[in-house]
Design a protein around this ligand. Structure first.
Ligand code: ZN
Ligand code: ZN
Length: 331
């Protein structure tokens, strides 16, 4: 593994342990802000799980030679390229929560049933929040694919290893590693972590880049808009595909330091392509339409993303907003 080794790269390490966002204006709201949001939040009835859509229950073909990507839901994607099957932030549970009886409930079924997954070679985890690191899904994956390689940001490997996984690699921002024919790097993100109130920011959060079979993609994880997108593209790009979060952004006064809006997702796509103006990069929307975590209506993010895309004068075919279970060929 190639370890990043410079002072700037270490400024996200909190003195005394844990992690922080290193950029100006990236401080999170504390407990008072959280309470204010909780108290002022408009009360909406919990949405009921949606009926299965026609695309749900897709069965990815394990033998296709064309590189492809399938949206399973939220930030869970299946990337198939170079003979590898790669999952991002896998969650098949009904709730993104520490307990099965409460917490944000799934409003769309997984686009691919767990039992319909092909052999998985690599899983990329962006951080430890419940909608990205789901204990039950992790355990099911380890039981079914014991040989799989897990890639995590700093502080999460123990969670995976203690459940029986053998090949777990923990990376810091800017670290790079190889698996099979792929090169994979861990990249900065502006977010936070913690599964309980008492361990906030004890583990790192990140995005991932994957270069495989002549194809290059960026998976942003959960992030706000931050100043490093252009550097990420210079170091690990240019990218053919950027998976960017478009949901969980309202109210802005509270979410801005941790989640980008659809408009900001388009701005980060522009930053990712700034180094190579002629290179076309497709944006694929993640983190919406699956769990309702914040205050915006569930169908708002795609509409806002399309409007921002048009305003930015970007080629209409290069904004991908999938339905659950949808697959497209990468070329
Ligand atoms: Zn998160
Ligand atoms: Zn999230």
């Amino acid at each position: 593994m190639k370890r990043a080794n410079n002072v700037a790269a270490a400024s996200h390490h909190r003195p005394g342990g844990g992690f922080q966002n290193p950029w100006p204006g990236s401080a999170l709201h504390g407990t008072r802000g959280l309470l204010k949001w909780m108290l002022t939040r408009s009360r909406r009835p919990e949405l009921q799980p949606a009926e299965k859509t026609s695309s749900a229950g897709a069965r990815p073909d394990a033998s296709s030679r064309e590189p492809r990507i399938t949206w399973i839901g939220h930030s869970t994607f299946l990337i198939q390229a170079g003979g590898l099957n790669i999952l991002t932030d896998p969650i098949w549970s009904d709730r993104a929560s520490p307990v099965s009886f409460a917490g944000p409930r799934r409003i769309a079924p997984p686009g691919v049933g767990f039992d319909d997954l092909p052999r998985i070679d690599i899983t990329l985890l962006s951080h430890d929040h419940y909608d990205h690191l789901d204990r039950q899904t992790v355990e099911s994956l380890i039981a079914r694919f014991p040989e799989m390689t897990w890639m995590t940001p700093l502080g999460i490997a123990d969670f995976i290893r203690s459940r029986g996984a053998r090949d777990v690699r923990e990376l810091d921002w800017w670290d790079e590693t190889t698996a099979g024919e792929s090169r994979i790097a861990c990249t900065p993100a502006q977010h936070f972590s913690g599964r309980f109130p008492w361990n906030r920011n004890a583990t790192l959060w990140c995005g991932w880049t994957v270069r495989v079979a002549g194809f290059s993609l960026f998976f942003a994880g959960d992030t706000a808009l931050h100043p490093e997108f252009e550097s990420i593209a210079r170091r690990f790009g240019p990218f053919d595909l950027a998976i960017l979060p478009i949901g969980a952004y309202e109210p802005r006064w509270f979410m801005r330091p941790v989640h980008m809006s659809p408009e900001e997702a388009v701005q980060s796509l522009v930053a990712l392509t700034a180094a190579r103006p002629g290179h076309r990069c497709t944006m694929l929307a993640s983190h919406w339409g699956t769990f309702r975590l914040t205050d915006e209506p569930v169908d708002e993010p795609p509409a806002f993303a399309r409007a921002a895309w048009t305003r930015a004068n970007l080629p209409s075919g290069n904004l991908w907003i999938f339905t659950h279970g949808e697959t497209r060929v990468l070329n």
